[in-house]
Design a protein around this ligand. Structure first.
Ligand SMILES: *Cc1c(COP(=O)(O)O)cnc(C)c1O
Length: 239
């Protein structure tokens, strides 16, 4: 496959994804610009990110600390990229994550958050945070339970170099029922939206509810997501 074909494919997939977001938002009486598209570029080469950037994409998500660091360094001349770290956070990686991320969307422990705040201070920056909620209570997933969100939000709000922007969740992969519906997924997205709305009333900095990936973005938008995280739909399958 030639390089140009890759670039066109990524640009087209971005257009299609944005079209779909606009259509679904409109269908549910939402403003089309109330949903941000994050391009999840984990495992994908720099050339793919450059192609997406050339097509106008600015918000990117990465899952692995060292990979984010390398990509951010390589592309540091593209100053208006907004880098989101969306993977699990090991405490010995908080420094390089803080160096390279504008947002960290997967915080769930105060100890880690305090380290991020210290690193942000040393770097003379403010890092935006989303609290990750383990909405499906999956043993293998990171995230706090819904009833722990308020306490963590209060603690974040007291720190000076991080800004609480909202919530993120990765629900289980619920298969559609015989009617093609996913009621459990919808119920969990709705719980997230309720929690997010309460948080928004308490903290003026809160403006982001990150829900929805390539396989469930339409339901996420229906339920109030303000940020969808698309990997496969933009860059194709990962190995
Ligand atoms: C990989 C990943 C995505 C993108 O998933 P796709 O199904 O490829 O769209 C979104 N969010 C998180 C947290 C991820 O790890």
């Amino acid at each position: 496959m030639s390089e140009n074909k890759d670039i066109n494919t990524i640009a087209n997939q971005l257009l299609n994804a944005q079209d779909n977001i606009n259509n679904v938002a409109t269908k549910f009486n939402r403003n089309t610009n109330s949903v941000v598209l994050m391009a999840v570029s984990k495992t994908k080469p720099i050339a793919d990110i450059e192609a997406a950037y050339a097509a106008g994409q600015r918000v990117f998500g990465e899952n692995y600390a060292l990979e984010l660091f390398d990509k951010q360094q390589t592309l540091s001349h593209l100053k208006d990229i907004q880098w989101h770290y969306i993977g699990p956070i090991q405490s010995n990686k908080t420094k390089i994550i803080s160096q390279s991320a504008d947002w960290i969307d997967s915080v769930d422990r105060l100890k880690i958050i305090k380290r991020i705040d210290q690193h942000a201070k040393a770097l003379n920056k403010t890092i935006n945070l989303l609290i990750q909620v383990n909405i499906s209570n999956s043993p293998q997933k990171s995230g706090v339970s819904l009833d722990q969100v308020n306490e963590l939000a209060e603690s974040i709000n007291e720190l000076k170099h991080v800004s609480l922007r909202g919530l993120m969740a990765i629900p289980d992969n619920y298969e559609p029922n015989a009617d093609g519906q996913r009621p459990q997924l919808k119920a969990e997205f709705n719980l997230m939206f309720t929690c997010y709305s309460h948080l928004q009333q308490q903290y003026s900095s809160v403006d982001t509810l990150s829900l929805g990936m390539s396989g469930d973005l339409n339901i996420a938008i229906e339920c109030g997501s303000t940020m969808v995280r698309l990997g496969t739909a933009i860059f194709g399958k990962r190995k």
